[in-house]
Design a binder for this molecule. Structure first.
Ligand code: AMP
Length: 641
């Protein structure tokens, strides 16, 4: 394996890498860096997220641009503002020994004037989301005369997010001899189109796609109701004392909710999502790295690049739509030759998606079960016994104290003593846990209708459930429609870029000729107001909350792009969408309460022992008295066996 020195990078960059603790180049870095440093043409890097792509293009870029010039020489496009910021941060770190570098991030949802001011100061590298860059280019605020490199990072993701037209605009308007370096996880049809249209005989580096899913990962799935998922996490945490994992949710809101509920019940967990400040995120990551947390509850974007060793479990609180995301998530475990578990908590409607992920990635999911309380009890009591047996006796305990206590227990047999200690532990387990079986043993449907409790991801809404407004959403009117030469994907991309919202925050989109309606999660809906006053193709954009019915003209030309609204109108022109909260309709658990009373414990496997009263003659008859008279050696400096 090569080291960084062998790749041809300059000394200041090598020094910067040493400071960052990067010792060995990743596969994509080993293959791309020498090529990009020498090859004076276009380039395609096919690799997953988290493989070290940023340094793979960032390092050669830093060595190839002229730091003595303040002109913009490289543009890096990224799908989200989080990624754009992350790239900037890493470029700054890598260039720490180079000096004179000015990298400016620009993305929607932030004050454009500040960004313009930063660019005017002289940015050798601009890292941008497509919508905002297009805006800046139209305002002629990015001077492309000296542009040498255009990097498209996560190009497939940018296209998934509806930035196709923006990317076309940017690439077609920046064709002054610049080289294109395109990074993508897949060579999807649209990527191929970009390559064919804009790139010239690109060199290609492909990281072995078959090896994406590490064979040391055991993939498991458990089927349960969406409303039981948090209980399931508690059970796993109770069952496995050594669990150290990342739980992936689709939305920031779910992330926070899961972390809060677990924390309130005494489990050391923390959320990691894009609404937290950098300082909060760093603090959460530090606590996780230091193993002060059992679980980190994260969104895909926030968890990008988490490189913590020894993660035992990756738990998919909700499955991602994209198999690539599954591969990326599960790759957080089983690092450095270790084993790990990737566990999908699925509802019965997720069956088809699970099969799709399995077939795309060439993996199989072993059906698992959420541990029953009996199993947790067994395991915890065994652990408790082991710990008690291995407890070193404190030599500071005086003989007097020992004798006093021994005298206290004079009448108590060893069995009774154990039974009492056990009762305390046993009751604490039953107090904390419900006894219900949270496994959903019904047969999974082969459709995509499940998981109402953790929905929110726009892309997992099939046509059937994309009709009505979902609970917790507000509808917004936006004065952009098909006549503005926009489709749903492009609209979504534009709005996300301009407001800072993500695809997960946005639900139904209804696109009409002159306007559109978008459903936005209530708690972040105010961000839609940022659209007001923005300019798009010389027109002022307006967005207002809409309280009436949502209608759509019959003349709908928006058939392209797929995945759009295909629901039927109701008689009155409104939507008859199903409610998305059928997790509530299942009637919930109506069984016994788990109130900590050991009488409510299940019969099987529970402790069926005797009463712990000292008057239990049958136990006393078998008892042997603790022999306090055998003196100190029996108790001190030894393990109690
Ligand atoms: P990326 O795919 O660029 O997002 O990188 C994923 C993660 O790996 C980031 O946290 C990087 O800081 C880290 N990383 C990238 N290259 C290396 C390397 N050669 N050695 C150690 N960490 C790296």
């Amino acid at each position: 394996m090569k080291n960084f020195e062998a790749l041809g990078l300059s000394q200041p960059l090598l020094d910067g890498l040493a400071e960052m603790g990067f010792e060995t180049p990743t596969e994509i870095q080993q293959q791309s860096i020498p090529l990009l440093l020498q090859h004076d043409g276009d380039f395609i890097g096919l690799a997953q997220t988290g493989t070290g792509k940023t340094a793979a293009f960032g390092l050669p870029l830093l060595d190839l641009i002229d730091l003595n010039s303040r002109e913009t020489q490289a543009l890096i496009l990224a799908p989200t503002r989080e990624l754009a910021q992350q790239i900037c941060g890493q470029m700054e770190q890598m260039s720490q020994k180079l000096g004179k570098l000015n990298v400016v991030p620009v993305f929607g949802g932030a004050n454009i004037m500040n960004q313009i001011r930063d660019i005017r100061r002289g940015a050798q590298i601009v890292v941008a989301t497509p919508g905002r860059l297009m805006d800046l280019m139209k305002r002629k605020e990015v001077n492309l005369d000296s542009l040498k490199f255009m990097v498209l990072d996560e190009a497939d993701e940018m296209l998934n997010m509806g930035f196709k037209e923006d990317i076309d605009f940017i690439l077609s308007k920046s064709d002054g001899g610049r080289k294109i370096w395109l990074f993508s996880a897949t060579m999807a049809r649209e990527i191929k189109r970009i390559v064919d249209t804009y790139m010239v005989q690109p060199e290609e580096v492909r990281i072995n796609q078959e090896n994406i899913v590490n064979t040391n990962i055991e993939h498991k799935s458990v089927q349960l109701k969406a409303s039981d998922k948090i209980e399931a996490l508690r059970r796993y945490l109770d069952y496995d004392a050594d669990m150290f994992g990342v739980v992936f949710c689709r939305t920031k809101r779910d992330t926070q909710k899961v972390a809060d509920e677990l924390n309130n019940n005494g489990y050391a967990t923390e959320a990691l999502h894009g609404d937290m400040s950098q300082a909060q995120r760093d603090a959460a990551m530090k606590r996780f790295r230091d193993k002060n947390l059992k679980l980190l509850i994260a969104t895909d974007v926030a968890a990008r690049g988490i490189d913590v060793d020894d993660i035992t479990h990756v738990i998919h609180f909700a499955l991602p739509d994209d198999p690539e995301f599954y591969a990326h998530r599960s790759g957080r475990t089983a690092r450095a030759g270790k084993k790990g578990v990737s566990l999908a908590l699925i509802t019965k409607g997720d069956t088809r998606k699970l099969k799709y992920i399995a077939s795309k990635l060439g993996i199989s999911f072993a059906p698992g079960e959420v541990p029953a309380l009996e199993a947790i009890t067994q395991k915890r009591i065994t652990r408790w016994s082991e710990n008690l047996k291995n407890q070193e006796v404190n030599p500071k305990i005086s003989d007097e104290l020992m004798s006093t206590v021994i005298a206290e227990f004079d009448e108590v047999s060893k069995e009774d003593l154990i039974a009492r200690l056990l009762t305390k532990e046993y009751n604490s387990i039953y107090k904390r846990n419900s006894i219900k079986d949270v496994n959903d043993r019904s047969k999974g449907r082969d459709d995509d209708r499940g998981d109402r409790g953790d929905r929110g991801g726009r892309r997992d809404r099939g046509p059937k459930n994309a009709r009505g407004k979902e609970e917790g959403m507000k509808t917004y009117f936006v004065n952009l429609g098909r006549k503005d030469n926009i489709n749903k994907g492009a609209l979504l991309g534009y709005v996300c870029d301009a407001t800072g919202l993500t695809g997960d925050d946005i639900g139904r989109i209804v696109l009409d000729g002159a306007h559109s309606f978008m459903d936005v999660k209530q708690e972040v809906a105010a961000q839609m107001e940022k659209l007001n006053g923005m300019q798009r193709d010389g027109r002022e954009v307006r967005a207002n909350e809409h309280h009436g019915q949502v209608t759509e003209s019959r003349d709908r030309g928006d058939r392209k792009g797929g995945g759009g609204y295909k629901g039927k109108h109701d008689g009155g022109g409104g939507f008859k969408g199903r409610r998305s909260d059928d997790s509530k309709s299942g009637g919930g658990y109506k069984g016994r309460r788990s109130d900590g009373d050991s009488s409510s414990a299940p019969r099987s496997g529970g402790f069926k022992g005797r009463s712990t009263k000292t008057s239990d003659d049958s136990s006393r008859s078998r008892s042997s008295k603790p022999s306090g008279d055998k003196g100190r050696s029996k108790f001190f400096g030894k393990k109690w066996d």
